[in-house]
Design a protein around this ligand. Structure first.
Ligand code: ADP
Ligand code: MG
Length: 453
């Protein structure tokens, strides 16, 4: 399909075509015509599928005609969970709206000074991109009204709920006109998100873009076991020296951990910087700029801070601390392999953290290959158990299988024959050794070891 078939206003079409996009993504194909027709939408599609343009392009089309209502408040409001995402969305609005005359966009995010935001709100504004907390502050001070609001967009709605924004969202929505169009985007439309989605929309069209066979086909996933913190650091050091690593996001569990690790990496001579929620906004923006321009090679980040980061140069995601939530794993590894590029996601796990990996595998339906760097083999051995007879993630969503490492059995660090697969495991392309041409070999040529649970 061609962009010109979507029914977009020529001004938007021109801007999109000059951004170098050749054809709409699947979610754009489905969402844009429906949004242009004024429908409410509930959309779920995987990370990197082009959802921002899917809601921004049709919404901007409304602004080509002047508002029929008097006032100075926004005609489009986008709610996002994080400041970084808000800034990306605002940038997208400016990009797709660059052919329009005098498009005014404002982002109202926490952690930034109020002064400039208030100044921007003192003039008429077309698009507001906001995090719920800060928007509430402005609303409570009477600094923003929604008399002219035509479209309300909730981006990453599931994440906003995870972050506890549900009451703020409801309070914000209550102040918007009932005539508004509502577009809700979320990784999932089940459970609480589905409930909220039904409350906020009217006769909504549900669009679920199926994952192509393999959700992260472009991302090679690997696992390294460590014995203790010093072994973990040596593994990270070796991974960081991989000559195929262009840029990496390294995830830590805590903000303090991000600071410490970035310092440690700098001491070891790497260009590393931390990114987390305790940093003032201007510092975060500067850090991200340095990542974008390649001046920083390693971004050491927490989950929330790294949400939505979209930098083409990021070849690796390294989970220095494994994510506690399986959803976070998917969001983390989505920082690499952007826009059709390939990427590598490496997770470092202690033997006591094996259950986290099992949860992730169950959630993604993919198994993660265990790798060993020669000279840095773990010495610990997991407790052997009987052979596994079912898929690690089970068939039912509520699967609560007893821990069942074992399978072919861990053989004291010995390399298992490549044909040895745990019982019931259905091989997928992620675990088959790849031809050298398809994935560049890391400098240290890690060996593949048998999985041991
Ligand atoms: P999502 O919100 O679904 O995770 P984004 O909207 O952030 O994804 O888009 C991911 C990347 O794909 C961005 O770099 C964006 O510029 C790019 N992109 C979006 N639409 C297209 C398209 N039609 N063709 C090529 N690249 C696109
Ligand atoms: Mg998005």
């Amino acid at each position: 399909m061609n962009f010109s078939e979507l029914g977009l206003n020529p001004l938007i079409l021109k801007a999109v075509e000059t951004s170098g996009y050749t054809e709409p993504t699947a979610v754009q194909e489905q969402a844009v015509p429906a949004a242009l027709a004024g429908k409410d939408l509930l959309v779920s599609a995987q990370t990197g599928s082009g959802k921002t343009a899917a809601f921004m392009m049709p919404s901007l089309c409304r602004l080509v005609e002047p508002s029929t209502v008097k006032g100075s408040g926004p005609r489009i409001l986008v709610l996002t969970p994080t400041r970084e995402l808000a800034m990306q969305v605002e940038k997208a609005a400016a990009t797709y709206g660059r052919e329009m005359r005098k498009l005014r966009t404002v982002s109202l995010v926490g952690g930034a000074p109020y002064g400039p935001q208030l100044k921007q709100l003192s003039q008429p504004v077309d698009v507001v991109v906001a995090t719920p907390g800060r928007l509430m502050d402005h609303m409570e001070r009477g600094k923003i009204d929604f008399d002219r609001l035509e479209v309300l967009i909730l981006d990453e709605a599931d994440r906003m709920l995870d972050m506890g924004f549900v009451d703020d969202i409801k309070a914000i929505v209550a102040k918007t006109p009932a005539t508004r169009q509502t577009l809700l985007f979320s990784a999932t439309l089940d459970g609480v998100v589905g409930k909220l989605a039904r409350e906020l929309t009217r006769d909504a069209l549900r669009i679920e873009v199926a994952r192509k066979e393999d959700p992260e086909a472009q991302i090679e996933q690997k696992l390294h076991f460590f014995d203790d913190p010093s072994h973990k650091m040596r593994l990270l050091d070796a991974l960081a020296r991989d000559t195929n690593l262009n840029q990496a996001v390294v995830f830590t569990a805590t903000k303090a951990g991000a600071e410490e690790l970035s310092e440690e990496l700098r001491d070891r001579g790497f260009l590393a910087e931390a990114l987390h929620g305790d940093m003032p906004q201007h510092k975060r923006t500067r850090t991200l700029d340095r990542v974008r321009t390649g001046r920083t090679q390693f971004l050491i980040a927490t989950d929330v801070a790294a949400r939505g980061i979209d930098v083409a140069g990021i070849s690796h995601v390294i989970n220095f601390d494994p994510p506690r939530q399986a959803e976070d794993y998917v969001h983390r590894i989505g920082r690499t392999g952007r826009a059709g590029r390939s990427g590598i996601a490496v997770t470092l796990v202690g033997f006591k953290e094996r259950h986290l990996v099992r949860n992730i595998e169950r959630y993604t339906g993919q198994s993660i290959a265990v790798e060993i760097i020669p000279g840095l083999e773990p010495t610990s051995k997991p407790r052997p158990e009987g052979p596994r007879t079912s898929k690690p993630w089970g068939d039912k969503p509520g699967y609560k299988g007893k821990s069942s490492f074992g399978g072919g059995g861990w053989k004291g660090g010995e390399r298992a024959p490549s044909s040895a697969k745990p019982g019931g495991y259905k091989g997928n392309s992620e675990n088959k050794p790849r031809p050298a041409a398809a994935t560049a070999q890391p400098a240290h040529k890690p060996k593949r070891a048998e999985r041991f649970w």
